[in-house]
Ligand binder design. Structure first.
Ligand code: NAG
Length: 188
């Protein structure tokens, strides 16, 4: 074999190898880009506001639907998916400010203790499109239930805080409830 054909064979091998490399994605990790944090521009605010949460699990237009049935007589195991109205006043007919979307599950075998996992999605004024995420324990017969705000979006980006829930009205027969949520949230 001449030097030329050896070189030719070698070049073809290299070219084939390069072509193969281009086909298989060689990335092995996420591309993490560290960004500058403008501390001065990020001024932290503490806000407090109050909304009413309406849980309507019965009737012809329920906003709260049992998607998992209970496994015990006490209700343990039940999961409700909710798309509940949030209003400014305690009446369902008062001004709507958003929706509470998510679910709650009956997480206690001893009492009515719920796991709440929901987004308060606001649809009014400057908060239109922003949301906060609540994840916590709700012992519904306690006078005040505190649950963490674990995050948010839009104007509530980076949110941290807590809510205090107080039952305003509860019809044990129909399950219809209105609950006052006072929200304390730190955001930017
Ligand atoms: C909220 O935002 C949506 C989507 O941008 C818009 O269609 C709607 O009119 C807004 N509502 C209010 C009350 O500003």
């Amino acid at each position: 074999m001449s030097t030329f054909s050896i070189l030719l064979a070698l070049s073809i091998t290299i070219l084939l190898h390069l072509a193969q490399c281009r086909i298989t994605d060689e990335r092995t990790d996420i591309n993490l880009v560290e960004l500058e944090l403008d501390q001065k521009a990020m001024k932290q605010k503490l806000s407090r506001f109050l909304v009413y949460w309406h849980d309507i699990p019965s009737g012809n237009a329920p906003s709260s639907i049992a998607i998992v049935k209970p496994v015990t007589k006490t209700g343990f195991g039940q999961v409700n998916m909710i798309d509940n109205l949030l209003t400014l006043g305690p009446e369902l007919s008062s001004k709507t400010v958003g929706k509470a979307q998510g679910f709650y599950g009956f997480a206690s075998q001893e009492e009515l203790g719920l796991l709440m996992a929901m987004n308060f999605f606001f649809t009014t004024g400057k908060y239109n499109g922003s949301s906060i995420t609540i994840l916590g324990r709700n012992a519904v017969f306690d006078h005040v239930r505190e649950m963490p705000v674990i995050g948010g979006s839009g104007l509530f980006r980076w949110a941290r805080g807590y809510v205090q829930a107080r039952t305003h009205d509860l019809d044990l027969k129909s399950g219809v409830a209105s609950v006052e949520y006072t929200i304390y949230v730190m955001h930017y």
